[in-house]
Design a protein around this ligand. Structure first.
Ligand code: NAP
Length: 248
């Protein structure tokens, strides 16, 4: 088991990619701390599936964009598991709107959850990781952060920001035994992409060499690799997992 005795914090794990990462980490023996904000029932479901796997788990309802709530969340993790080895910054939202109609509040809502939230969680986790001179941080970015996206300027900007955060944190934290990487998925079968209407979906699929969206499990596999000691000499890397859609 690759993550036995490791403590993993995963934000936004009530469903979708975060849930797939939490389950995959649990199958590899990790102690799991999941976070979510609104979906109580789905978070409970994730917790009970992790318990069935037979590993330790806690869940915490907390808005990753709120510094005090984040502090409480990480205190709860430390009182349950005494350390943090791995952080997966996954929580994220989209808000589809043409740029010229987007107001300041809508812009900030996306940036605050997707980018500030990742910064706040990273800061709280690093405080613990430096004590053990060990840490693995994987941030979830997006192809949109590399290419931009129609109607999703705030989302694309937040995901480009995640790339800058990842590369900067990698430089700063290497001396403390902490690696920081990102995974940039293309289109993944989750609640976010369920809203895409059929004709647009068909057009998108034509642009993906593999001709399908990813499963959440396929993204989880890439995250687990970067969080494992198999990737111990990799830091500041952005791993694109998109079926060949993005060409550099
Ligand atoms: P999802 O199914 O909508 O799940 C999003 C998760 O984030 C939920 O658990 C949600 O919990 C949580 N969340 C939202 N706001 C939060 C907040 N303020 N504080 C804490 N948690 C919050 O989305 P997904 O598709 O799995 O996406 C996961 C990540 O992958 C996101 O960062 C997304 O941008 C990225 N991504 C997704 C795709 C894709 O095609 N799906 C592609 C590229 C990148 P609650 O419901 O409880 O609030």
């Amino acid at each position: 088991m690759k993550f036995k005795n490791k403590t993993v914090v995963i934000t936004g794990a009530s469903r979708g990619i975060g849930k797939a990462i939490a389950l995959a980490m649990a199958r590899e023996g990790a102690n799991i701390a999941i976070n979510y904000y609104l979906s109580d029932e789905m978070a409970q479901q994730t917790v009970s599936e992790i318990k069935q796997i037979g590993t330790n788990v806690i869940s915490c309802k907390c808005d990753v964009a709120d510094q005090n709530q984040v502090k409480n969340f990480f205190s709860k993790v430390i009182s349950s598991f005494q350390k943090i080895d791995i952080l997966i910054n996954n929580a994220g939202i989209v808000h589809d709107k043409p740029l010229m109609f987007m107001n300041e509040e809508e812009w900030e809502h996306v940036i605050n959850i997707n980018l500030k939230g990742a910064f706040l969680c990273l800061k709280a986790a690093v405080k613990e990781m430096v004590k053990n001179k060990y840490g693995r941080i994987v941030n979830i970015s997006s192809d949109a952060g590399l290419t931009g996206d129609l109607m999703r300027a705030s989302y694309a900007a937040s995901k480009a920001g995640i790339i800058g955060l990842t590369k900067s944190a990698a430089r700063e934290l290497s001396p403390f035994g902490i690696t920081v990487n990102a995974v940039a998925p293309g289109f993944v079968e989750t609640a976010i992409t369920q809203k895409i209407e059929k004709s647009r979906r068909e057009k998108i699929i034509k642009t993906i060499p593999m001709q399908r969206f990813a499963t959440p499990q396929e993204i989880a596999e890439a995250v687990l690799f970067l969080a494992s000691d198999d990737a111990q000499y990799i830091t500041g890397e952005i791993l694109i997992v998109d079926g060949g859609m993005y060409t550099r």
